[in-house]
Design a protein around this ligand. Structure first.
Ligand SMILES: C[S@@+](CC[C@H](N)C(=O)[O-])C[C@H]1O[C@@H](n2cnc3c(N)ncnc32)[C@H](O)[C@@H]1O
Length: 254
């Protein structure tokens, strides 16, 4: 039976690989490496560096594939995503059938942790359930960008006894109110924090966290929102891409 290992590699620094992930890398016969275009070449290079650094010997294959791109048509977000995911599933199924021999092990290197805002688990389970290609799979957790954000700001995500909500920029923009809570925002291309009006909300923002290019800003949202906007735009223009995450923390109820 074929085996698939879905391996969390952390959010951009090879030092974040766990021992379990390194052991998993060494079991893989063939890695699928997505080519997401020139902008994301750095991310692809990191995956290759991880293989060179941690795998003993060179008895493995790297298969690059063109990652299908999502339509930018804002008219029907859900339909765009469904269509995009089904094209990725077809690509994965094709790769598993064509590149992985019976009894071999395939590896997907997943940014951060595979269980957080990544669709690979849903897709792999869907492909497996069709039964067209027989395989089993394992999930190796990784350090997520959320954990690194908190560590680099030297904060806990929650104050004593409080909960943490992890959401997207899109969701925050739909309801930009922050009460006495901790809200982590990911996948925010629009800087939705600008819509939050509560003056005393604190923000802990980080781009490229954990890497040599890391940028951190924290403070009262009303005071630092402009600084974040400027730094974000400059970094994005220089590098051609950006990944940023932030924690918003409302004042405690009195
Ligand atoms: C598709 S999600 C993947 C999240 C990933 N699975 C994780 O565990 O961090 C991509 C989002 O993760 C966040 N992200 C990933 N890497 C990051 C980094 N090094 N610095 C800041 N944010 C990052 C950004 O919010 C980005 O839009």
């Amino acid at each position: 039976m074929r085996k698939v290992l879905i391996i969390g590699i952390g959010p951009g620094n090879p030092d974040y690989l766990t021992v379990q992930a390194i052991n998993a890398l060494n079991r893989v016969d063939v890695f699928f490496v997505p080519d997401k275009g020139a902008e994301k070449a750095d991310l692809q290079q990191l995956r290759l560096d991880i293989c060179h650094r941690y795998i003993k010997g060179d008895d493995y294959r790297l298969v690059e594939f063109k990652m299908p791109v999502r339509s930018n048509d804002p008219a029907d977000y859900k339909r765009n995503v469904d269509d995009w995911h089904s094209r990725i599933e077809q690509e994965y199924e094709r790769l598993l059938g064509r590149e992985v021999g019976e009894g071999e092990c395939a590896g997907f290197l997943i940014w951060g942790d595979p269980t957080l805002y990544d669709s690979v688990l849903r897709m792999i389970e869907k492909i497996r359930s069709t039964g067209v290609i027989a395989f089993d799979y394992e999930v190796i957790p990784g350090i997520s960008s959320v954990q690194v954000l908190a560590a680099r700001h030297r904060i806990a995500l929650n104050r004593i006894g409080e909960s943490v909500n992890i959401t997207t920029g899109r969701k925050l923009a739909e309801k930009p109110t922050i009460g006495a809570e901790n809200v982590v925002v990911m996948l925010d291309g629009e800087q939705s924090f600008k819509k939050v009006e509560s003056p005393d909300v604190e923000i802990f923002w980080g781009a490229y966290v954990g890497t040599a290019d890391e940028i951190l800003v924290s403070g009262r949202l009303a005071d630092v929102a402009g600084e974040i906007e400027v730094k974000r735009a400059r970094a994005r223009a220089e590098k051609g891409w950006i990944m940023d995450t932030y924690l918003l923390r409302g004042s405690r109820e009195t």
